[in-house]
Design a protein around this ligand. Structure first.
Ligand SMILES: [Fe+2]
Ligand SMILES: [Fe+2]
Length: 490
């Protein structure tokens, strides 16, 4: 072959690939976009599953992992939507199901009855199938003509590998051989779905078409009608009840009022960092609640789901900041900090999705003035605990973004900002947090766990406990009404 060669052997083609590779037929635009729509569909369904399963999943680490993975999937959905829109494709057909068997595949995982099947379906079937499809795209497409898709596939693979690593560790920790055996039949059904769909990308059993070739069909056997749904025979029903693992032994405990302590000018900043770590860790209830809004709100533009999921992930990160704050002080938080789920439980069971969003907006607007996130950052800075200051610095920045997300997706349904805030206030006032009846029912004693936590921290700090701080015993019983705006999570 007689080619011109590059100038002084510089990389040709902007480093995309060799000239010889760029001569390969690769995928036509039609073939490419057909595959891209399947990746888009897969990421969209994965986003839906990760989100929907956060609330009722008891294991804290999985809640956090699902929150992260929901966010990553939403970002890739956004990228692939945009790319499909660049491919001469209107109408885009992005809300259509590319193949009936793929729909069954994801419906089954969404409806998986327990943590074990869910984890297996996601990390042993769905994510590997998507990874294989993206790798195949990179191997088969022409990297010069299809460079924008190549770039998206490479980014997606990077994060898919992270997710798979998390998933492999989760399977290693949670799935016994007995579970593998019990789930075998169902996992085989998932395989059958993929076979019927011609693999996730629809290319199995197809002879690869050249550029001039005919259209790509879905192809594959057996026919979807022969796939018997196992768990997804009935339409999926979202479970709004938050659940926690055994490290949350007192989930109705509202015995320590963090805000009254935090805003008391007579109490020391160092001790206040404990209350802020508690407030952060307690934010595990925000993903639990936001998952319900996202899952139960249909027919919004995609940007709504993407932005709300970003916020959901930020709130999960805030919870993990609290976890790290306690770890840094060598405090065994499951024993010494009673992290409740009363906020997410009350909102998820008592309010409609739009009302929950209204409460979130109302609380977040209350965090913007002097008393809110800036104050927490200042306390962190004054405390001498650099980690607390760092966490509050980013928590504040995230909150500014959340306020914008609220303006973009909640506020615009109202005539003016005041109306939107008042509606949120009304919804929040309607929520019944039944402090006394939970105690009467024996669900909690609202035990004051503060003195023990404070003593443990003082041991770490090597200081004598301050009697005034040690004596703190304000609960959420009497003062809740006055502090309703700040006692919620956000
Ligand atoms: Fe937050
Ligand atoms: Fe927030």
């Amino acid at each position: 072959m007689n080619t011109a060669g590059s100038y002084r052997n510089l990389p040709s083609l902007a480093g995309l690939c060799s000239i010889a590779d760029a001569m390969k037929p690769g995928l036509s635009v039609e073939q490419c976009v057909t595959r891209l729509k399947r990746y888009h569909y897969a990421f969209k369904r994965l986003h839906q599953i990760f989100t929907a399963r956060i609330t009722a999943e008891p294991i804290y680490e999985l809640k956090m992992g699902f929150s992260h993975h929901a966010h990553l999937c939403a970002e890739h959905v956004t990228a692939f939507r945009k790319r499909v829109g660049e491919m001469r494709e209107p109408p885009l057909g992005l809300e259509e199901t590319p193949h009936a068997a793929l729909e069954i595949f994801f419906d089954e995982i969404l409806a998986a009855p327990g943590t074990e099947e869910l984890v297996l379906g996601l990390y042993e079937k769905a994510l590997p199938a998507l990874k294989a499809a993206l790798e195949k795209h990179l191997a088969e497409t022409n990297r010069l003509v299809d460079a924008p898709s190549v770039r998206l596939c490479r980014f997606a693979l990077l994060e898919l590998d992270d997710m798979l690593q998390f998933g492999a560790a989760a399977i290693g920790s949670l799935i016994t051989e007995e579970w593998q055996g019990r789930a075998a039949e169902w996992l085989a059904l998932l395989d059958d779905c993929l076979t019927a769909a011609g693999a996730l990308d629809g290319t199995a059993n197809l002879v690869e078409q050249s550029f001039a070739g005919g259209p790509v069909s879905a192809g594959g056997t057996p026919a979807p009608q022969r796939l018997n749904r196992h768990y997804s025979g009935q339409p999926y029903k979202y479970d709004p009840l938050p659940r926690r693992d055994e490290r949350f032994p007192d989930p109705y405990n509202m015995g320590v009022n963090a805000e009254v302590f935090l805003y008391d000018p007579n109490l020391p900043a160092q001790a206040k960092t404990l209350m802020m770590f508690y407030k952060r860790l307690r934010e595990v209830d925000v993903p639990e609640m936001m998952a319900s809004i996202i899952t139960e709100t249909a027919d919004k533009p995609w940007g709504y789901y993407r932005d709300m999921t970003r916020q959901l992930w930020d709130e999960a990160r805030h919870a993990m900041m609290g976890e790290v704050g306690f770890a840094n002080l060598e405090i065994d938080w499951p024993k010494q900090v009673m992290v409740n789920f009363t906020w997410s439980m009350a909102l998820n069971t008592q309010l409609k999705p739009i009302e929950r969003h209204a409460v979130l907006y109302f609380i977040e607007q209350g965090l913007m003035p002097k008393n809110g996130k800036r104050f927490e950052w200042e306390v962190g800075r004054a405390s001498g605990n650099p980690l607390s200051a760092l966490f509050q610095d980013y928590d504040w920045a995230d909150e500014v973004l959340h306020a914008k997300i609220g303006r973009d997706w909640y506020l615009k349904d109202f005539q003016n900002a005041q109306q939107a805030v008042q509606y949120g206030d009304r919804c929040w006032s309607r929520v019944l947090v039944d402090w006394a009846s939970w105690r009467a029912q024996g669900l909690t004693q609202h035990r004051n766990w503060w003195p023990e936590l404070y003593r443990a921290a003082c041991r770490h700090w090597q200081i004598e406990p301050d009697p005034k701080v040690l004596a703190y015993s304000t609960t959420y019983e009497a003062v809740r009404a006055d502090l309703k705006a700040v006692s919620g999570s956000a």
